[in-house]
Design a protein around this ligand. Sequence first.
Ligand SMILES: *[C@@H]1O[C@H](CO)[C@@H](O)[C@H](O)[C@H]1NC(C)=O
Ligand SMILES: *[C@@H]1O[C@H](CO)[C@@H](O)[C@H](O)[C@H]1NC(C)=O
Ligand SMILES: *[C@@H]1O[C@H](CO)[C@@H](O)[C@H](O)[C@H]1NC(C)=O
Ligand SMILES: *[C@@H]1O[C@H](CO)[C@@H](O)[C@H](O)[C@H]1NC(C)=O
Length: 508
Amino acid sequence: MANLASLSIWTFVFSFCFGATECHFSIPLKIFPGKFNVSAGANRSSVRVLALRSDGDGLSLASDPSGTVNFLDMVNNLEGDSGRGYYIEMSIGTPGQKLNILVDTGSSNFAVAAAPHPLITRYFNTDLSSTYESTGRSVAVRYTQGSWEGELGTDLVTIPKGPNGSIAINIAGILSSDGFFLPEIKWQGILGLAYPALARPDPSVDPFFNSVVKQLGIPDTFSLQMCGAGLSASSTVDPPAGSFIMGGAEPTLYRGSIWYTPIVEAWYYQVEVLKLEVGDQNLNLDCREYNVDKAIVDSGTTLLRLPINVFNAVVEAITRSSRIQDFSSGFWDGTKLACWPKGENPWDFFPKLSIYLRATNTSQSFRITILPQLYIQPIADLDGELDCFRFGVSSSANGLVIGATVMEGFYVVFDRAQKRLGFALSSCAVSDGAPLSEIGGPFSAADVAADCSGGVLKEPVLWVISYALVAVCALILIGLLLLLLLPCRRGDGGEITDESSLVRHRIK
Ligand SMILES: *[C@@H]1O[C@H](CO)[C@@H](O)[C@H](O)[C@H]1NC(C)=O
Ligand SMILES: *[C@@H]1O[C@H](CO)[C@@H](O)[C@H](O)[C@H]1NC(C)=O
Ligand SMILES: *[C@@H]1O[C@H](CO)[C@@H](O)[C@H](O)[C@H]1NC(C)=O
Ligand SMILES: *[C@@H]1O[C@H](CO)[C@@H](O)[C@H](O)[C@H]1NC(C)=O
């Protein structure tokens, strides 16, 4: 009897373990041991010229008034909008092939279409580039929705409206994809600007911006101004839509001072959210609720995404304070638009949304605020007599994502050198002369926990139980790994099981 009972417990534990972990038994990639040279065989003559001006640690130009980086040349180098993404033109290979590349701070691979696809007009033809080198490694990135597979190589790229010089970088050539390229998009590749920890198949594949900093010697900082505010789904021609400044921050793109929040962990751009307010009303949730899983800043995500508890609290608070009587629930979950007779401006009926971020002085916070114009987003003319809007906030099962809905209000500085993110009022987040965003601070952070991003929220008893289970699972898994997984080596690692990607959250 005792044996039987323990057997069933073990069976339970086994199935629990297998249910709770993701063992990558299938699709082992061809893994070639050892490092490979990014620049092997590439013509680096122009790279060398620039590298000579650097003192080697990549920061010499920060204080060099006659420096080689002219930020003004990079202003307005982005096109696109929040719905279909912001992209920059790049010239890839020798001779250069011009392609549009999506700017994504939520991933770390530089990947371009390297084969024809019905939904894109151009692709990078590696055969036509004399400097392209295949590494023989394959790479796959699977998103919750959408995926691609391809081959890793290296080549030279230049950015017409970027820093001078060509850069030898890792390129994943996309040979097949599913749900990655969608109708209406005008880009053919993705520029992952996050840290090596997210790079596929492993962190030894230097991400694009790491290569830029090493080879051009520019400061390890970039900044983004995204200007599609309120026109997210416009189907008209793309106006100049923003700026991607490599090497620093351009003063003409923001007003007032830059407020900084520490990067909690360098993989995504993870930050610590302390508080949320709807209008003047504090949601009053445990601050760890805001950071369940993680809180990140991601230019490749269209909406502001909130953990489900937070989302529900926000919707409830907006409903209470919006003075609009009946909302179809479909409006909040994104399946329905809300329409008003033309000219009847709905924004007056909605409150502001504020996010409090930990300041670099950790006993303080500052607040970034978006006006309803940024999160009640007009949708292109559907009907002659109505103006229709969608809700620019959605719920998330894997963390809070400060996406384009919020970023469009601010000039965001990704100061990797000092491991912090800066927010300032964006010069383009203005409508009829009135700003669409606000920044305030400093506020005392004494009313919240000293660490809001530490760990998952659970009931104390569940904690103990889950720790026990995790320990048991770990022991069993170690045994299993030794016995079964030796031939499997490491998992393919090609999966980003993360819905925060733009791929998942574009509008149709
Ligand atoms: C890689 O680079 C190093 C130094 O730049 C060089 O000595 C080495 O020969 C290169 N290896 C290959 C395979 O090209
Ligand atoms: C590299 O580029 C320089 C100038 O662009 C050229 O003179 C040289 O021949 C090239 N070298 C190779 C190996 O292609
Ligand atoms: C590139 O170099 C040219 C000529 O030296 C200079 O005018 C331009 O400002 C530079 N561009 C950038 C982005 O530094
Ligand atoms: C940090 O903030 C606290 C509380 O506002 C303040 O007392 C302290 O002087 C600040 N520290 C620094 C270095 O500014």
